[in-house]
Design a protein around this ligand. Structure first.
Ligand SMILES: Nc1ncnc2c1ncn2[C@@H]1O[C@H](COP(=O)(O)OP(=O)(O)OP(=O)(O)O)[C@@H](O)[C@H]1O
Ligand SMILES: [Mg+2]
Length: 250
């Protein structure tokens, strides 16, 4: 299988952990982290333009690989260009980490729309970043995979397509639950986040085969040791020594 490599992130100076983070603030003072998301943003925009794709899910093989963080940071980075209206959707109904990380109420959100209890404009919220709107996950439901496989989700995506240039969805991992496979048909494609040294390669292969090559926009390697000779010291180090977070952000 041929999957394009999109980018790699360092551990932001710390090992990825399980603590709750403010997604708008995390990494904002780290010039390398910000620069990496700019690079990823450009590659994504380019590949999406070439393919004519605008609705993209961010997924991974197993839990805890950095999907939510990647999804949020890419969305902010895209909105900051002021060229694109971006919608960020929390489609990980079971966890709602994106909604919590943005400090937005979990409901009303996607599940209320899918159950016919709220209209599209009722579930869209403006974020603190101009050009970036969000949709929370909504109240938890007993069988998210079934709800996401229904016509409601197709309609939701059509509504989002009409109003935004780019729609990014934070989704659950592929192997543990069926939710992302249920959404697959409605999405133009998916980005795979792969956490280096954490996820067994055989599992990653299985997950990417489940999704299928044609639907994969690319893979993002996360959690690479910042000082790793292999990835950084030798090839990238020199360029990063003089960067300041404020300048990279603006
Ligand atoms: N490159 C990184 N640098 C610093 N912290 C990171 C990095 N990647 C992930 N993290 C942190 O690791 C934790 C897990 O990341 P995140 O929640 O984005 O993973 P996830 O794939 O969405 O997990 P889940 O499958 O549980 O939804 C979070 O606290 C996140 O902030
Ligand atoms: Mg997550």
């Amino acid at each position: 299988m041929k999957i394009p490599f999109l980018d790699l992130f360092t551990g932001n100076g710390a090992d990825p952990g399980r603590e709750r983070v403010d997604l708008l603030k995390v990494g904002e003072e780290d010039p390398i982290f910000l620069e990496q998301f700019k690079a990823l943003r450009s590659k994504l925009e380019y590949r999406m333009d070439v393919l004519g794709w605008k609705v993209i899910g961010v997924t991974s093989t197993i839990a805890g690989e950095g999907k939510t963080l990647t999804c949020a940071k890419v969305a902010v980075s895209l909105a900051r260009t002021k060229r694109k209206a971006v919608l960020l959707v929390d489609a990980d109904i079971r966890k709602a980490d994106l909604s919590k990380g943005f400090g937005t109420p979990v409901h009303p959100g996607l599940t209320e729309y899918l159950l016919g209890a709220a209209a599209f404009p009722d579930v869209v919220r403006k974020s603190a970043v101009p050009g970036l709107d969000t949709v929370s996950s909504g109240t938890s439901v007993p069988a998210p995979a079934d709800l996401l496989a229904g016509d409601g989700f197709a309609t939701f995506i059509e509504e989002a397509r009409k109003r935004y240039h780019i729609v990014l969805l934070d989704t659950p991992p592929i192997l543990p639950v069926a939710d992302t496979m249920s959404m697959r048909e409605r999405l133009d494609g998916l980005i795979f986040v792969y956490r280096a040294g954490f996820t067994p390669l055989a599992m990653f292969k299985q997950a990417t085969e489940d999704i299928g090559e044609k639907k994969i926009l690319g893979v993002v390697l996360n959690g690479v040791e910042p000082k790793s000779e292999r990835y950084y010291g030798k090839y990238y180090g020199h360029y990063y020594t003089s960067m300041k977070a404020k300048e990279v952000r603006e």
